[in-house]
Ligand binder design. Structure first.
Ligand code: GRG
Length: 313
């Protein structure tokens, strides 16, 4: 089997982080999210020190909106709950939550909860179970879950459960592995996994494995490296990960590497990007690939980082 080209991936990520590359340009509007993908990958590969921590923290804080308490995707961009989670996650990696006005950030997130328990992504009001997960994950990392109505938040997520055992973006929405991660993660963070029929959902999730060994996000779709994370993390949270053929999936991910210039693509022979590089390495981490740090399936951060946050309090 091919091996993980860890050194090349580290070099690739450090290059993308530099402002003048093509990929950095096309990621301009989601740069904070991209920083989370790249920096978490570096940490998983034991190479977080390849970047200057103080410089990263300063840049993160330049995306902060002191009036709202939220973060934008780049300097001068409007705040959104997704970038707020990315900012908190990156600060967790560097153990620098001390730079935040924690209550102000938590109030921004809590203020996006709607009457029915759902969350909007920003002031424009779009509702999606992604935002439920993001809000719960952010507030939990900040030790501020008490600022929201947790019962209503859980009830909303449960109302998005389908007859096939999966979850969608809103009540009645089609089951999709990405949304399933969000809903299972939200229920794991709030200690509410009893709402899940583990065998039914586990069956739907393990059926995502295609003949080529990769995982897809829903029936009849092509495999894509990113589902290695969305599907495996969900299976781990419901204790059914042994229903996947790990060897075949590992081979699929490793075959998507650019072994010369680094990076991982969605499928073999496609162009690499930072998103698939992160989710490929994260998938390998969930399968205990040697030399890659273990990850927490609910918080999407290295386990040692999550332990530092919850065991210190
Ligand atoms: C901290 C890991 C982490 C996540 C934050 C943003 C978010 C919370 C979760 C996103 C979950 C999600 C919906 C992932 C799916 C992304 C994706 C590849 C969507 C593509 O959908 P289609 O329909 O692709 O274009 P398919 O594969 O279905 O053809």
């Amino acid at each position: 089997m091919a091996e993980l080209a860890a050194d090349q991936h580290v070099r690739y990520i450090v290059t993308v982080e530099k402002k003048d590359s093509f990929e950095s340009l096309v990621m301009e509007h989601i740069r904070l999210n991209g920083a989370y993908w790249g920096l978490t990958t570096l940490d998983l590969l034991h190479k977080l020190h390849a970047v200057d921590a103080a410089e990263v923290v300063d840049w993160i804080m330049s995306c902060y909106h002191p009036e709202s308490g939220g973060f934008g995707g780049n300097v001068g961009h409007d705040p959104h709950v997704l970038y707020t989670l990315s900012a908190v996650q990156v600060l967790c990696l560097f153990d620098r939550l001390d730079v935040l006005d924690i209550d102000k950030v938590a109030d921004y997130v809590a203020g996006l909860q709607n009457e029915d328990g759902s969350f909007s992504g920003d002031v424009w009001g779009e509702v999606d179970t992604r935002f439920s997960y993001i809000a719960l994950c952010t507030l939990s990392l900040l030790h501020r879950l008490h600022k929201i109505n947790m019962q209503k938040a859980v009830d909303f997520v449960v109302s998005c459960k389908n007859l096939d055992g999966g979850f969608g973006a809103m009540p009645g929405g089609e089951s999709h592995a990405g949304q399933i991660f969000c809903c299972v993660g939200a229920l794991a963070i709030t200690g509410s996994l009893h709402h899940i029929d583990r065998d039914l959902l586990g069956w739907w999730l393990c059926e995502r494995q295609c003949k080529d060994g990769g995982l897809n996000g829903r029936p009849e779709k092509l495999a894509d490296v990113c589902y290695s994370w969305w599907v495996l993390s969900s299976l781990i949270m419901i204790d059914r990960v042994h229903w996947i053929d790990k060897e075949k999936l590992t081979k699929f991910i490793l075959n998507c590497q650019d072994k010369e210039t680094g990076g991982i693509s969605d499928r073999p022979d496609n162009a690499v990007d930072i998103y698939h590089t992160y989710f490929g390495v994260a998938g390998l981490s969930l399968m205990e690939y040697p030399g890659v740090k273990p990850m927490d399936p609910a918080y999407a951060l290295p386990l040692d980082v999550v332990n530092r946050i919850f065991l210190r309090k």
